[in-house]
Design a protein around this ligand. Structure first.
Ligand SMILES: [Zn+2]
Length: 373
């Protein structure tokens, strides 16, 4: 029997997200209160972790209340383990008991974990309530919060449960980066290095030349702005081949496997630093680039003291096994973004990613295992 098309339900246009950046926006509070006051009769929720809440949240919430707003607070333990089904479920119960409505705002105040978890809650509660991200770590300011991807982890892998959902606004305050430990700054800068390697040779040189300024807020602000602009140019690409998405995933196929395999002892930035080094080796094995590209990876990553080799307690076989569960894989063959040179992706015939044979990936992983001293 022939199928007859009766009609089509057209997809909704995704909502616009405004991204603001300014010093002291969280301390000032008014710009945030102005957004919430559009729905001043609704209950709003702030999600944060205890540490960040103590530093910035307490002041924010008590000041929001002086504007006559009703705000409740949900705090979660720090660390990637809170991006779990159990914590998600507990927060759903708490928020529903507290009472919200379709006009309520959920504000995430914290690093990438809080943004991702809170984003997934906002996307799913009542099929979607208003979401504002206030990222407080460098990783969140350059990457995790600047996204429509909201997700939690599953025991089989990272970000396996999630949705695409647009925040109403993302508010970035570079001043918040002052309180960050240096390991967290290095973690975030790995994503900036990713954008430099894949999109911009001049940004690559800027990062290489200023590695000693990692604690300088003006440098960090410049890094945040340049990274977000590069990321937006990929997110707002209008072609249908999804090439922007694949470029953003540079180093992430192996990176996610390493992060998950290390039980999150490797930070996301550390894991993708190794992942990018492996991708560079694959590019070299496939003769897409010359050895300079691999050296450039080692040079910039080591300047920021990011790892470039697989940790001693993980075997190549372990990594390959976990890669097989990565959600970026079709037909059980790993798909990797590969480079021709700094700032230039080697485009495949269809889009920006390549199907890579398991033995080639295994060879590249072994090269990044041997180097360890
Ligand atoms: Zn990432």
């Amino acid at each position: 029997m022939k199928r007859r098309l009766l009609g089509r339900i057209r997809p909704e246009r995704p909502k616009r997200t405004d991204i603001f950046i300014s010093h002291g926006i969280v301390e000032e509070v008014r710009p945030i209160a102005d957004i919430l006051q559009k729905h001043r009769l609704s209950n709003h929720v702030v999600i944060s972790d205890r540490h960040v809440y103590g530093l910035h949240g307490k002041n924010l919430v008590s000041r929001l209340k002086t504007f006559g707003l009703t705000v409740s607070v949900c705090l979660v333990p720090r660390g990637e383990n809170s991006k779990s089904m159990a914590v998600y479920q507990e927060l759903v119960n708490r928020i529903l008991l507290h009472g919200i409505d379709k006009n309520s705002y959920l504000i995430t105040l914290g690093g990438g974990m809080v943004n991702n978890l809170g984003g997934f809650l906002a996307a799913t509660l009542y099929r979607g309530i208003n979401l504002i991200h206030i990222p407080t770590s460098l990783m969140a300011q350059v990457d995790a919060a600047v996204d429509r991807k909201q997700a939690i982890n599953h025991s089989l892998g990272k970000n396996l449960l999630g949705s695409l959902y647009s925040p109403v606004a993302i508010l970035i305050d570079p001043k918040l980066l002052r309180t960050l430990p240096v390991r967290q700054l290095r973690n975030g800068i790995a994503e900036s290095i990713k954008h430099a390697l894949t999109q911009s040779a001049s940004f690559f040189r800027f990062l290489v030349n200023n590695a000693s300024s990692l604690r300088d807020i003006r440098f960090l602000e410049a890094v945040v702005k340049r990274t977000i602009r590069l990321k937006l140019s990929l997110m707002n690409r209008t072609n249908s081949s999804n090439s922007g998405e694949f470029i953003m995933q540079y180093g992430h196929c192996v990176g996610h496997a390493l992060e998950h395999g290390s039980k999150y002892k490797l930070s996301h930035g550390e894991a993708i630093a190794i992942g990018m080094s492996v991708s560079a080796e694959v590019s070299l094995l496939k003769e897409f680039c010359n050895a300079d590209l691999v050296e450039a990876h080692d040079s910039i990553l080591s300047r920021y003291r990011l790892p470039t080799t697989i940790p001693n307690n993980m075997s190549v076989e372990d990594v390959l096994k976990i890669v097989a569960y990565d959600k970026g894989i079709l037909c059980k063959t790993p798909r990797l973004t590969l480079l021709r040179r700094i700032g230039k992706v080697h485009e495949s015939p269809q889009n920006s990613c390549w199907y890579v044979d398991w033995d080639v990936l295994e060879n590249a992983l072994r090269k990044r295992k041997k180097l360890r001293t």
